[in-house]
Design a protein around this ligand. Structure first.
Ligand SMILES: Nc1nc2c(ncn2[C@@H]2O[C@H](COP(=O)(O)OP(=O)(O)OP(=O)(O)O)[C@@H](O)[C@H]2O)c(=O)[nH]1
Ligand SMILES: [Mg+2]
Length: 589
């Protein structure tokens, strides 16, 4: 069925059928549009006082006829969905401009987002004949360069652009710039989209709205820098991506007083982002802060890219890293909880929306399952987790009977918790310079001189702004903490974000009802500090300052632990001595 779409309201049946007859026309391969067809479009356009647009295939057939209003038209969903491969869609837009005006921002955005072969506007003169031909096409991605080029308008009948040659040359250029091997690369390429919500200081975004996207982006880039807080978040998001094996090709930041209810960022900015994603050949957008289910859906219906947010990314990393059955169950539960409100029965967007990077789920759940099955699975998981929780509780109470105090190592992810466990107990727990290296809690026994013994537990790292119900899903991993007699809060002293991380960890401890548990703050990685920074941090011996990599430096911590524990009512002895400071005799399991 060859239908005329768009602004048909008020058109007479005879006018509609005249437009429908355009579908019978053919255009020669080397022409953008034939002179007769252009003439016809101008005449009808002027008669109706509306733009008329057609999408023409490489074969020269008319694939769509669209009616607009006096100043623009809305293209049909020519499959925003990725139509096979190739850089271009194999369709060009030819439409009329009633006042012979230049190509609009919308024309250029359509060109980029729909990856049209090119976009052409035929200006209409006062006699209803073709005036100028305005043409733009895409350019291969180049740092800081516009994604498209506008050719100088020429009188329609003097224009000598050979369409077939132009598009062939362009495709070759694109192939040279962006090797096709990229399509089969291992890792994903992502563009980060960060909204800085809060008071607007200085420049307002709205002033740059009317510029074409790339110019607007450059303009913005000059006007303000993301705040300190945003920079920290962006850094963290990059680290998360690195951990997940995702390459970050670009970061877009928008400052706004309130999140946009539909798209988180403004629609114009989102178009910007999509153009850039296209330019960089990115397949994934990662939003921070997290998207509401509604936002996720609106964005996914706007683009065919994968739409993720920070929490989905974190869950994906958890899924990649979970080893034990417990951890797998918990990650899967957390994923389902996050995804359930985003699931819609029979929704094709779904796998892009909720599938994470590789559609990874640690368990047997196919992430494409519908709502009902997801709910069933969720209940089953909850039951299973409850069962294993009881088993663990049994093991813990057996331990309790033996009266061993429990010390749990907590802290921000990558602070060095596992490294500390290793150096205190001479173990060999996985340590990695990546986020969330530890998902499965490890416990080790640590023996002090004079028969004193304790259980040392490593835990999953904390991170700011993990949604509360997800934190809950990990509660089982953190149960160790409920029984802890003492917490060692490990801080990466060398991280610029140190203080905010301490605050984030303290907030989570409070959420977990652990604010009252005795706690030692341990500044780690001080080998990375300058001597004067280190001595400020030591504060005349008031702070525990260590380098978990150097076993000797943890001795004062051991002393402090022993003191805290056996003074906290376990068994106070007066003839107490510090453990030996001889490194070779450092107590181990
Ligand atoms: N320079 C230096 N690096 C350290 C120190 N302690 C740990 N690291 C490094 O920091 C990185 C993270 O260490 P982990 O022990 O895995 O950190 P974690 O807190 O267990 O991290 P997650 O389990 O991912 O939350 C590793 O590359 C360690 O080698 C230290 O005292 N000094
Ligand atoms: Mg660890």
């Amino acid at each position: 069925m060859h239908e005329v779409t768009g602004n048909r309201a008020g058109l007479k049946p005879s006018e509609i059928s005249a437009l429908e007859r355009i579908y019978r026309r053919r255009v020669a391969p080397n022409e953008i549009v034939s002179a007769e067809l252009a003439g016809f479009l101008c005449e009808v356009s002027r008669g109706l006082a509306r733009q008329i647009g057609i999408l023409i295939s490489r074969q020269g057939t008319v694939e769509h006829v669209i009616v607009g209003d006096a100043s623009g038209l809305v293209l049909p969903e020519v499959g925003r969905l990725r139509a096979g491969h190739g850089r271009f869609r194999g369709l060009r837009l030819v439409h009329t401009h009633l006042r012979n005006e230049a190509l609009s921002r919308d024309d250029l955005v359509d060109l980029a987002l729909l990856r049209l072969d090119l976009v052409a506007a035929v200006g209409v003169n006062h006699e209803g004949r073709p005036a100028d031909l305005h043409v733009a096409h895409l350019l291969p991605p180049r740092e800081g360069k516009s994604p498209w080029v506008l050719l100088a308008p020429t009188p329609f009948f003097r224009s000598d652009i050979d369409f077939a040659q132009t598009i062939e040359a362009l495709e070759e250029e694109f192939d040279r710039m962006v090797p096709s091997g990229r399509a089969t690369r291992d890792g994903e390429r992502a563009l980060l989209v960060v909204a800085e919500i809060g008071k607007m200081r200085g420049h307002s975004e709205s002033r740059v709205r009317s510029l074409p996207p790339s110019a607007a982006a450059e303009h913005r880039g000059r006007v303000w820098e993301p705040s300190q807080g945003s920079q920290v978040r962006i850094h963290e998001l990059r680290e998360l991506c690195r951990t997940a094996g995702i390459e970050v090709v670009d970061v877009a930041v928008q400052r706004r007083p309130e999140p946009d209810p539909r798209y988180l960022i403004g629609r114009g900015k989102l178009e910007d982002v999509l153009v850039r994603a296209m330019q960089y050949d990115a397949g994934v957008l990662i939003f921070d802060p997290d998207l509401t289910p509604g936002q996720a859906h609106s964005i996914a219906s706007f683009t065919d890219l994968k739409v993720l947010d920070r929490t989905i990314l974190i869950l994906d990393i958890f899924a990649q890293r979970a080893r034990s059955r417990d951890a797998k169950l918990q990650v899967e539960l957390a994923q389902l909880r996050y995804r359930l409100p985003r699931l819609q029965e029979e929704n094709t967007m779904m796998s892009r929306l909720v599938g994470g990077i590789g559609g990874r789920g640690p368990g047997e759940t196919k992430l494409e399952i519908g709502r009902r099955r997801a709910r069933e699975r969720l209940h089953r998981l909850e039951k299973e987790i409850e069962q294993t929780r009881r088993q663990r509780a049994g093991r813990r109470s057996a331990r309790k009977e033996r009266g061993l105090p429990v010390v749990a190592i907590v802290g921000y992810t990558n602070a060095g918790k596992s490294t500390l466990l290793n150096s205190l107990t001479g173990s060999d727990v996985l340590v990695e310079d990546k986020l969330f290296a530890t998902l499965d809690p490890t416990t080790r026994r640590l023996r002090f001189p004079r028969e004193r013994e304790l259980i040392l537990a490593d835990t999953v790292g904390f991170i700011r702004d993990l949604p509360k119900d997800l934190a809950q899903a990990f509660h089982a991993t953190l149960e160790e903490l409920d029984d802890a007699d003492l917490l060692l809060q490990v801080v990466d002293a060398s991280d610029a974000d140190r203080d905010a991380q301490i605050t984030a960890v303290e907030r989570i401890l409070k959420d977990l009802d652990l604010a009252e548990t005795p706690r030692l703050l341990v500044y780690n990685k001080v080998d990375r500090l300058l001597p004067e920074q280190k001595s400020i941090l030591e504060d005349g011996g008031r702070n525990l300052v260590i380098s978990a990599l150097e076993r000797k430096s943890v001795l004062p911590l051991l002393a402090a632990m022993e003191e805290a524990l056996w003074r906290e009512g376990h068994e106070v002895r007066s003839n107490y001595e510090l453990p030996s400071t001889d490194d070779s005799e450092l107590p181990t399991d």
